[in-house]
Ligand binder design. Structure first.
Ligand SMILES: Cc1cc2nc3c(=O)[nH]c(=O)nc-3n(C[C@H](O)[C@H](O)[C@H](O)COP(=O)(O)O)c2cc1C
Length: 346
């Protein structure tokens, strides 16, 4: 893969902190910490979130790569403390002390990484899988995405997102009713989101190799968000239903400019941006941790039991939309840096 804007994150769900290092930012970019924190807040909000969101209130600390509010061109490091770390220190102990079983669990949680993760990494205590497979790590990704958005803003590119569906609900009022109903039944819900980016230049991405096609890169970035199960570009889902005449976006001229009548393609043709708004849709599955638990098997006793419950969201679709914005912003920041390579911006 071709990478210019890169990042790695680290951190366990109940560890001391989450960390991200971003590489490839030009020097001279204004870094607005308040904006990064407001994005973190957006990720924590939304109807249907669990108790943890009340404890957390994430804020970012920048420990490298910035001086007097501007990037230096060096790697930028972001950290977010886990506010409840103090009560988890003994459980998440880094030292080679005697094993603490207090929060150990052995019943695989259906819909989570527990079963495959415990076999892959040879873990007995499924907490060792939960801690990193948890969506807590998306907080670090949202902080990185906020920096990517600041870079995109410099090029006039803006972004927004909407929740399109939750359960059978299609409006905000119905979303809340659906979530209340699920919560009361000890159940959970997923939903459908859309993310829109405006003012993208024509020709980000490429048709020359499969791994440079922007639709593919975006699909990977969004599909790998925990709980996302399908991704489509524009009205891609309609492609199976409607005819070519109705699907494709006819081109015409208005005041000497190339225009489109529709944007079913969602701003991407041939793996490249075509100047129309980029529209990405995705479906999040229902949260897999249920208060009224699912049937499963205990890995140690090999007997049937019910799934482990730990404080959890009933529905996190609004938060997921913020994560999707962030992931796509990172992909686009990379494309912008490939198209307009620059060591600094003014
Ligand atoms: C923002 C966000 C919040 C989430 N919150 C929870 C949660 O509270 N409880 C839970 O069981 N799963 C939650 N999930 C979903 C799981 O992390 C996810 O289903 C699990 O890691 C398995 O990954 P997969 O569904 O992609 O296979 C959340 C996902 C996102 C994106």
């Amino acid at each position: 893969m071709f990478e210019k804007f890169r990042f790695l994150t680290s951190g366990e769900s109940h560890g001391e902190c989450l960390t991200a290092i971003i590489e490839g930012l030009p020097a001279g970019l204004n870094i607005d910490i308040n904006f990064i924190n407001s994005e973190l807040k957006r990720r924590q909000n939304g109807y249907g979130r669990g108790e943890r969101m009340k404890i957390e209130s994430d804020t970012v600390k920048i420990t490298s790569g910035v001086r007097f509010g501007k990037t230096l061109g060096s790697p930028l490091t972001l950290t977010i403390e886990n506010k409840d770390w103090t009560s988890w220190q003994k459980i998440m102990n880094l030292a080679a002390d005697e094993y603490n079983e207090e929060k150990a669990f052995y019943a695989y949680r259906p819909g989570h990484a527990d079963y495959a993760g415990s076999i892959k990494y040879n873990h007995k205590d499924l907490r060792n899988v939960l801690e990193r497979s948890s969506a807590r790590k998306t907080a670090a990704e949202v902080a990185v995405g906020a920096v990517a958005k600041l870079l995109l803003k410099h090029y006039g590119i803006t972004c927004s997102s909407n929740v399109l569906q939750i359960g059978n609900g299609k409006t905000e009022e119905e979303f809340h009713l659906e979530i209340d109903k699920a919560r009361d039944a000890g159940d959970t819900l997923g939903g459908k989101i859309e993310v829109i980016f405006n003012n993208l230049p024509v020709g980000l991405g490429s048709y020359v190799h499969w791994d440079r096609a922007l639709d593919g890169r975006i699909a990977q970035a969004v599909m790998s968000i925990p709980a996302i199960k399908s991704v489509s570009i524009g009205d891609g889902d309609l492609g199976a239903e409607i005819s070519g005449r109705n699907f494709h976006d006819e081109i015409f001229i208005e005041n000497g400019e190339i225009k489109r009548k529709t944007n079913h393609a969602g701003g991407l043709e041939g793996g490249m941006t075509n100047g129309e708004p980029l529209v990405v849709k995705a479906v999040m599955k229902p949260i897999p941790t249920l208060k009224s638990p699912l049937n499963t098997v205990d890995s140690q006793t090999m007997t049937e039991t019910t799934s482990h419950f730990e404080r959890s969201d009933t529905c996190a679709v609004e938060a997921c939309a913020v994560v999707a914005e962030s992931r796509i912003a990172c992909v686009l920041a990379n494309e912008i840096m490939l198209k307009f390579p620059s060591d600094y911006i003014e």
